[in-house]
Design a protein around this ligand. Structure first.
Ligand SMILES: Cc1ncc(COP(=O)(O)O)c(C=O)c1O
Length: 399
């Protein structure tokens, strides 16, 4: 199939939910992908922070092949060995005591909302269902996660939202404290707001939010769907702040591209769920779990990949700051946490994305005016140099 045919068929057969770029990607290896015309691209989108190990990481491919030959799917009415194995790895390497598996980020958030409400209902009574979340947050597209999301424009046309969500400015612990009422069961935040343009809160934000939640007796839910799986240089972003949440949501990088999501929680909180409270036909499916196990094993093996992420993240930010200084007429700020980096512009960044695409670099535009870079954690210095060179050229041609 060529790109012309792909565009025609998309218009004909697919619902119009994505503003797709005119490329048909057919093959990937490491940090590179190739289009149907054989053009090579350096991939700094990485399936939106999902391909943490790059495309077709050999150990993930082998794990999938082996599992596909053995058992692809069985119901959660039976015990599933790869599910138990991945749960143990996650529990052994996080604050959590228990895991629940689903298929996407939004589903993990839905489950986390249900868990928090069930926990508070048992503890305090049924009126305790409120959740404080942040303005400009992104938690997903299903109705509960969309109601939690602090962006009115995404709910337009789909109202009414679920009741009980209060949105307060991100990075301001006092605003959270003021918004908590006796009806609040949880605070739900991202350690770094990825979708709204790589917004990094003040250094003590998570610590303060944790203290407030503990003082007020409400649960802290961290949405690490984008920041987890090593993206910020630690396995989970909460580790930077020395606190732990009560519930955490994961997805994206957990399966290296296989659809997967997870809710992790402490024993105390997880105990609120009993059989029949929550479930998913595909959640914890052997095939997706095998990708999750291979991904976690690679990330944990000697800590080399996390170390690489920290070093390359620092390098990427340095180079991005140079670009920001050179193009100070266009660039507002360069910021980053590990290999989640953003360059805020004083204008729409769509033309820069298109120009980079023409030059062989995939980047993303978040919140309309922030260029977001999310390369695999295995990215090398020379690849960052190439990407920065292309970005620099694209910005130079803007005026
Ligand atoms: C922080 C965060 N939460 C939730 C989601 C939703 O995940 P999914 O698209 O897998 O439903 C995303 C997706 O970008 C995200 O970044």
């Amino acid at each position: 199939m060529d790109i012309k045919r792909a565009i025609e068929d998309s218009e004909h057969y697919l619902m119009n939910t994505y503003g797709r770029l005119p490329v048909l990607l057919i093959k990937g290896r490491g940090t590179k992908v190739w289009g149907s015309d054989n053009k090579e691209y350096l991939d700094f989108v990485g399936g939106v922070a999902t391909n943490v190990l790059g495309h077709c990481y050999p150990k993930v491919v082998v794990a999938l092949q082996k599992q596909a030959q053995r058992l692809i799917h069985v119901s959660n009415w039976y015990h599933i060995e790869p599910q138990l194995k991945l749960a143990k790895i996650l529990v052994d390497n996080s604050f959590a005591d228990k895991a629940f598996f689903c298929n996407s980020g939004t589903e993990a958030v839905e489950g986390a909302i249900k868990l928090a409400r069930k926990y508070a209902t048992q503890k305090n009574g049924t009126s305790c269902f409120g959740i404080v979340t942040a303005l400009n947050s992104f938690h997903g597209r299903t109705m509960g996660a969309l109601s939690a999301t602090g962006q009115k424009k995404l709910r337009k046309g789909f109202e009414p939202a679920l009741p009980g969500f209060e949105h307060v400015p991100f990075g301001d612990p006092d605003a959270i404290e003021k918004a908590i009422t006796p009806e609040t069961c949880a605070v739900l935040i991202e350690p770094v707001q990825g979708e709204s343009g790589v917004r990094i809160p003040p250094p003590d934000y998570l610590k303060e939010v944790r203290r407030i939640c503990s003082d007020k007796g409400v649960l802290l839910i961290l949405d690490e769907i984008q920041t987890g799986m090593g993206r910020t240089g630690k396995l989970f972003a909460y580790e930077h702040s020395g606190i732990t949440p009560d519930i955490m949501t994961l997805a994206k990088g957990l399966g290296s591209g296989m659809p997967i999501g997870a809710i992790l929680a402490t024993d105390k909180v997880a105990a609120a769920f009993s059989p029949g409270d929550h479930g998913s036909t595909f959640g914890g499916n052997p095939l997706a779990m095998s990708a999750g196990i291979a991904t976690m094993e690679a990330l944990l093996e000697g800590g080399f990949i996390l170390d690489q992420c920290r070093r390359m993240g620092a390098y990427l930010l340095t180079r991005l700051k140079e670009v920001a200084a050179k193009h100070s007429d266009i660039a507002v700020e360069a910021r980053g946490a590990g290999l989640l980096a953003g360059l805020e512009l004083n204008r729409e960044c769509g033309p820069v994305v298109s120009s980079c695409l023409d030059r062989g670099l995939l980047i993303n535009c978040a919140a309309g005016n922030v260029i977001r870079l999310m390369p695999p954690l295995i990215v090398q210095e020379d690849e960052i140099d190439s990407a920065i060179g292309i970005l620099d050229e694209a910005l130079s041609r803007l005026n």
